[in-house]
Design a protein around this ligand. Sequence first.
Ligand SMILES: NC(=O)c1ccc[n+]([C@@H]2O[C@H](COP(=O)([O-])OP(=O)(O)OC[C@H]3O[C@@H](n4cnc5c(N)ncnc54)[C@H](OP(=O)(O)O)[C@@H]3O)[C@@H](O)[C@H]2O)c1
Length: 238
Amino acid sequence: MNLQNKNAIITGASSGIGAALCKLLIEKGAKVYGVARRESKLNEIQKKIGNNFFPVVLDVTNEEAVSKWVDSTFSDTHKPDILVNNAGLGYFGKIDKISLDDWHTMMNVNLNGVFYFTRKVVPHFKKNPTHTHIINIASVAGLIGNPQISGYNATKFGLRGFSQALFKELRYDKIKVSCVYPGSVATEFFEKAGSETHDHMMKSEDVANTLIHILETPDNLLIDELVLRPLNPKPPSE
Ligand SMILES: NC(=O)c1ccc[n+]([C@@H]2O[C@H](COP(=O)([O-])OP(=O)(O)OC[C@H]3O[C@@H](n4cnc5c(N)ncnc54)[C@H](OP(=O)(O)O)[C@@H]3O)[C@@H](O)[C@H]2O)c1
């Protein structure tokens, strides 16, 4: 896909991988609708990367708000071309310690939010005469289970199944579906999960560059799954 003048929806645009991807897409000439809850962060990003970035203050777990926003933004004369379901979070802990709230929040953001956006955007993609693309940001936690991340594992394994099914369902509608599985990336994700980043983690910009590559592949070439890892994942102190 040539990204010039394409309309991209990026969820989780206010920080980390999403914010880095928005910047690169703008540099490629796309128009970017950046979705997140923190308006001030989105406005700061707009100041930095320009008016082709449109802040969309929205909670992806609010189905009604997602539905209304898609309906009021896109039409047969203004179609979306790219959807990156990137908003996500992880709460870690032993199974008998994880709270109901944390469990439900992970399910709602990492899985239900993806469904709410995808179900509304796909009908527009089907009407788009050119190729369109959905990228779902899973995690290596969508491939390998580990102690104390059972809830996060469940959401990202779920996202893998969702992505694989959609890829097979939508390929003949010229809709590409890719699922990406990053290892550790130095973002706010760890702070929110009660942990810390270190210098050997991958950089958001590097992950975003790979996402650009996935988007720019020739129309009849699909990267359906991609695993990204830091070569040496241990903290520099070890
Ligand atoms: N960092 C890693 O090591 C790593 C590894 C593998 C996969 N991932 C995945 O990568 C994705 C991006 O994470 P990140 O590392 O870039 O972390 P991040 O910097 O914490 O970004 C998460 C983004 O999701 C948004 N978000 C969270 N809940 C939301 C909601 N209810 N509605 C709308 N937006 C919401 C946040 O914005 P607001 O708070 O402003 O709403 C923020 O923009 C996630 O799906 C994560 O699971 C991360």
